[in-house]
Design a protein. Structure first.
Length: 75
């Protein structure tokens, strides 16, 4: 979101008559969503790093290696 959109969202939230428990609930949901997104992003970054170091494999590569191994060839 842009800064302007975030400011508009904040003004909207301030305009609501939320009790302290409602505010706490909303804050907890935002924190949970942020934590899930952060964990998914961290996992994605780890996979990207591993793929860059070792390369990405798919089933066809595995089949070629298995076939070559059975035939006694090096891949």
């Amino acid at each position: 979101m842009t800064t302007m959109a975030l400011n508009n969202l904040w003004r909207y939230l301030q305009g609501l008559s939320l009790s302290a428990s409602n505010q706490r609930w909303l804050g907890e949901r935002l924190i949970e969503a942020s934590a899930k997104h952060g964990a998914a992003t961290e996992e994605y970054m780890k996979l990207e790093m591993l793929n860059s170091l070792f390369g990405a494999w798919n089933d066809s590569d595995g089949e070629n290696i298995e076939l070559a191994t059975k035939e006694g060839r090096r891949v």
